[in-house]
Design a protein around this ligand. Sequence first.
Ligand SMILES: NC(=O)c1ccc[n+]([C@@H]2O[C@H](COP(=O)([O-])OP(=O)(O)OC[C@H]3O[C@@H](n4cnc5c(N)ncnc54)[C@H](O)[C@@H]3O)[C@@H](O)[C@H]2O)c1
Length: 325
Amino acid sequence: MDKLTYAGNLASLQDTADHDHFTFVQADICDRAAITAILSEHQPDGIMHLAAESHVDRSIDGPGDFIETNITGTYTLLEASRTHCDKQQSTNNHEPFRFHHISTDEVYGDLEGTDDLFTEDTSYDPSSPYSASKAASDHLVRAWGRTFGLNFVLTNCSNNYGPRHFPEKLIPHMILNALHGKPLPVYGDGNQIRDWLYVDDHARALIKVFKEGQDGETYNIGGHNEKKNLEVVHTICELLEELAPSGDNDHIEATYKDLITFVKDRPGHDVRYAIDASKIEKELGWTPEETFETGLRKTVEWYLANKPWWESILDGSYKLSRLGA
Ligand SMILES: NC(=O)c1ccc[n+]([C@@H]2O[C@H](COP(=O)([O-])OP(=O)(O)OC[C@H]3O[C@@H](n4cnc5c(N)ncnc54)[C@H](O)[C@@H]3O)[C@@H](O)[C@H]2O)c1
């Protein structure tokens, strides 16, 4: 289920739409009646909860939606799950229903000036309205486990990238601005460090944790790919020069790298995130398959090969594909 906010795009589900086990419902996670109806009709083994407001800049401009979806929405899903589990237990001998909460490494705050890594025991210290709302949702999930006995697993992941990434996020934003000859805006000095993970590696980790993770446990997921933002932008420019040379691009007079522009830093900007993923590696045998170099190459190639997908977002026509539109 998905509300299809500005960040949702039905075209991203095209490859899955014909699968026998796939059904799509447009609904809001704050709508208790809608969730109850879905649980009752489909009797799922569990919920993997990814729905969120997720863009840090938007959370600074308007935190309200983040409080509503990330906190109230998670609370609503938890309550609907609790009632569903109670009903299940009284009627049959199902495997326990599992609630998998998908969260972010941003709940841990910032690692400026240290070589430390975020472990599952690192104290929470969120900086932005986005990370604070995700931290609150993590606490709710653990409390529902401890107080009401809800079977849950929780994962905190580093920055994802890959195909179908909404163009407001750093990597697709830079690829598409470069292709259009627009400035490539880098916050501050571009020295902020993020730990990047290819989206398919994240998806593989989520399936493993959902199926094999221990009830009540948290698993950090990361790619061992710490990169400075400026380094990421340089690599994108180099890949584009190789795959779609600026000399062949009518929008550009110089090279892609000449489009890099430094802009005023984001307030409260975390300097460094880095994940210790040794628990999921040791306990569940998960390791990422992509390096940053292979994953970024695949990502740039995907955006070059899938122009209609991102053009419909840039011109707003993707919203017309919504149900009832
Ligand atoms: N992208 C990352 O780098 C990253 C890293 C770690 C964790 N996460 C977490 O993974 C999850 C997914 O991230 P993403 O990057 O795909 O986010 P996104 O913003 O690209 O997509 C969020 C999706 O949630 C839907 N949604 C928003 N509000 C909703 C509501 N009230 N009810 C139902 N659906 C709603 C949107 O329509 C959209 O399809 C989030 O919970 C995020 O915190 C993301």
